[in-house]
Write a protein that binds this ligand. Structure first.
Ligand SMILES: *[C@@H]1O[C@H](CO)[C@@H](O)[C@H](O)[C@H]1NC(C)=O
Ligand SMILES: *[C@@H]1O[C@H](CO)[C@@H](O)[C@H](O)[C@H]1NC(C)=O
Ligand SMILES: *[C@@H]1O[C@H](CO)[C@@H](O)[C@H](O)[C@H]1NC(C)=O
Ligand SMILES: *[C@@H]1O[C@H](CO)[C@@H](O)[C@H](O)[C@H]1NC(C)=O
Length: 437
């Protein structure tokens, strides 16, 4: 703690550290927005529902009552009636004056893109998902960027809970993707399974997401959203299937979840602030990522990130910050990565400011980044790889108690090492691999 504190040069980093280590003072005063949403009560409620304890005073809006048809045949009639039923049931629940629970019961429901649009009258609206919702496979039915598959939009006070599954049926379209180009081609992103856009004060709990076409969860323009006990699953080779992709959002807390997917486990891009990721197991996939940053004009900063008590298994990267050359100067700062276990991770600790190419010096500034107590195994010889911008060298990157072992191929004669370019790196305690110079 003392070490960590010393490493923080700015007030924000210190505040962040203190406040995350003593949870209490960090809780958002959710009353500010609504006067009603109580995080711990909402979370307890979500948990109770998942244990079969239902609030008898809440009015139930079951999609079956609105004409939803179970079955996994992707026929026009089913798709249209399910769309209508889901929207009508949502609207009735959302506009109900009082406690409301939207229920998607056991069974399989085939569904095209749908938007659940607030504002709603209840704080919070409860959405209980017990069944499996299957996305239609025909990609031409999706409107393209901006709208994903299942969208929750403009809702203040939302609980999405249950043992149900969102199955994006992505396999049918992954094969058409060029993973190399995907990131750079506008309009090419495939729809996320679940999008939260302009949602505040929300809890998502227990849900499973499988085989998303694009991201599993896309969180954008949100404030105070918590994702607990999630299962996120897609094959290693599925392209751009980020587990939880966050942008332009403040206070996002992810905990106690399993994320095995084809791309980033958790990806935090422009405008992600006060994000915590705790007790999450990642793998396969590309690990926990800040970035890519610098891809868009006028990006807002990323700050206040804490990743703690996580395990990465067989991922391509462990903890990564990646930036492009950048279109306008932004900053990525105040991040703590602590108590992380790596199991056969290719690049356990990596800062890459040359994501767009070795000759493209980035104008994104990186400062106050701490890696504390990182243990386990690396399958590459350069287990700590910090490559920062020439014009804006990384400031105050601190490594404390790093204990990694090489678990790769015996034929590789290169030394187990760290690499630092344009970085001011501070060290404390054990350093394996040995520090730069
Ligand atoms: C929030 O709910 C919990 C019970 O779950 C209760 O103990 C607490 O007093 C509530 N807080 C506020 C500010 O109402
Ligand atoms: C993040 O949290 C800090 C500390 O609680 C707070 O001051 C700040 O307003 C929050 N949001 C952003 C965008 O920094
Ligand atoms: C970025 O900011 C500049 C200067 O304020 C402005 O002229 C430009 O339109 C902005 N670009 C976008 C895409 O918002
Ligand atoms: C280091 O991290 C491991 C794994 O999360 C944890 O079990 C251990 O207690 C941590 N050590 C210290 C000194 O905090």
């Amino acid at each position: 703690m003392a070490i960590a504190r010393r490493a923080c040069t700015n007030i924000a980093a210190i505040c962040l550290l203190l406040c995350y280590s003593e949870e209490v003072s960090c809780e958002v005063t959710t009353g500010e927005a609504t006067g009603k949403f109580n995080v711990s009560a909402a979370n307890a409620h979500a948990n109770a529902i998942n244990r079969g304890i239902l609030d008898p005073t809440a009015k139930v809006f079951n999609v079956l009552q609105f004409g939803a048809k179970p079955g996994d045949k992707e026929d026009r009639h089913n798709i249209d009636s399910n769309h209508m039923a889901f929207v009508k049931a949502f609207e009735a629940a959302c506009h109900h004056e009082g406690k409301a629970r939207l229920v998607i019961p056991r069974g399989t429901f085939v569904l095209g893109p749908v938007t659940f649009m607030g504002p709603c009258n209840n704080t919070p609206l409860i959405v209980q998902i017990q069944g499996t919702i299957k996305a239609i496979t025909d990609i031409s039915e999706f409107p393209g960027q901006g709208e994903e598959w299942v969208n929750f939009q403009n809702i203040n006070g939302l609980v999405v809970t249950g043992s149900g599954t969102f199955d994006g049926q992505g396999a049918s379209c992954w094969k058409y993707r060029d993973t190399k180009n995907d990131n750079n081609v506008p309009g090419q992103r495939l729809p996320a399974n679940i999008q939260f856009v302009e949602v505040s004060n929300a809890i998502v709990r227990g849900i499973t997401s499988v085989n998303s076409k694009g991201f599993h969860y896309f969180i954008t323009g949100c404030k105070n959203i918590r994702l607990y006990h999630l299962n996120i699953i897609a094959p290693d080779e599925s392209p751009n299937t980020d587990g939880i992709h966050i942008s332009q959002s403040d206070v996002v807390k992810i905990a106690k979840s399993y994320i095995g997917t084809g791309d980033d486990c958790v990806g935090m891009i422009r405008g992600s602030s006060n994000v915590s990721v705790k007790k999450v197991t990642c793998g396969p996939g590309h690990g926990i990522s800040v970035g890519s940053l610098g891809k868009y004009d006028n990006e807002t900063d990323v700050k206040g990130i804490i990743v703690k008590d996580c395990t990465l298994v067989g991922t391509q990267n462990g903890l990564r910050i990646k930036t492009y050359e950048g279109k306008s100067a932004s900053r990525a700062s105040s991040m703590i990565f602590q108590d992380i276990v790596m199991k056969n991770v290719k690049h356990p600790i990596i800062i890459d400011q040359f994501y767009g190419g070795k000759d493209k010096d980035s104008i994104v500034k990186i400062n106050d980044i701490q890696f504390i107590n990182i243990t386990g195994t690396s399958v590459s010889k350069v287990a700590v790889d910090i490559a920062c911008s020439k014009h804006h060298p990384c400031q105050n990157v601190h490594l404390s108690n790093i204990n990694l072992k090489y678990s790769g191929n015996d034929n590789d004669q290169a030394p187990f090492s760290s690499s630092c370019v344009n970085a001011h790196v501070g060290y404390h305690g054990l350093q394996l691999p040995p520090p730069c110079r």
